[in-house]
Design a protein around this ligand. Structure first.
Ligand SMILES: [Zn+2]
Length: 251
């Protein structure tokens, strides 16, 4: 096995033995990697602080075949997550970014775009950003890159463009907006304000997520958060740990 080099973001680090860690990394060139870091818990670890949660580091690892963990041989710290805002919400949002990536990215599927999106999002969350805007931009971009983007402009039932700017039905199970005809008999449908749909539409059309920061108007901030969280829960059929923490802070 030849050693591979790449950049990585630490999505999780758990103790494996008294001296070793198992780390889950989002890499730029190899998708998600789970690797054993021998000696990482020793006082004078060869990895130093590079394997703390959300660190970006340059790594060298030996890929193993089958169910065996890869072996991490080097990790050099490039950047720690520094929450300059001191706000808990920015920190929870960053943990949530790690949770989404950990669960939605496959092992060994190179996705450089996802890596750059994650890196960019963490940089924004270190600063004084509107967390709801940054998160929604991240969630929608990630869904798009992974091919799970909901349809916001055309009815998912009959493909009719929905031009009315008023409230609209959004089908969580069918992943998109529904016209008045197609909504009949559908389960898990919620109402979405026109203003919210405008934001979701903008995010689904935007080709370059690096361009600018999104600020969601106060009027629909809560609704946009609620919609994306319910969509992620229903669409992937799972509860997201950090949703609860982010909701608690919003109260
Ligand atoms: Zn329809």
């Amino acid at each position: 096995m030849t050693a591979e080099k790449t950049d990585a973001i630490v999505l999780r680090a758990v103790g494996w033995s008294e001296t070793s860690l198992i780390v889950t990394l989002l890499t730029r060139d190899f998708g998600k990697v789970s690797a054993l870091a021998k000696g990482a818990r020793r006082p004078k670890s060869p990895f130093e602080a590079a394997l703390d949660l959300l660190c970006r580091c340059r790594i060298v690892f030996l890929p193993k075949s089958g169910d065996v963990l890869d072996l991490l041989t080097e990790a050099k710290l490039m950047r720690q997550f520094r929450n300059r805002t001191q706000r808990l919400k920015n920190l929870y949002a960053a943990y949530y970014v790690a949770e989404l990536l950990r669960e939605l990215i496959d092992h060994g599927q190179p996705q450089a775009d996802v890596y750059h999106l994650a890196d960019e999002t963490l940089l924004k969350l270190e600063q004084d950003a509107q967390v709801d805007g940054v998160l929604l931009q991240f969630e929608m971009s990630l869904l798009k890159l992974l091919g799970h983007q909901p349809s916001m402009t055309r009815c998912v039932g009959c493909d009719t463009p929905l031009l009315d700017e008023g409230p609209v039905h959004f089908g969580l199970l069918v992943s998109g907006v529904l016209c008045d005809r197609c909504v009949a008999g559908q389960r898990q449908v919620i109402r979405m304000r026109g203003e919210s749909r405008k934001i979701f539409t903008l995010l689904s059309e935007e080709s370059d997520w690096e361009s600018g920061w999104l600020t969601i108007p106060d009027l629909v901030r809560g609704e946009c958060r609620a919609i994306i969280q319910r969509y992620l829960t229903v669409h992937f059929d799972r509860q997201w740990q950090l949703h609860r923490y982010l909701e608690d802070l919003a109260r």
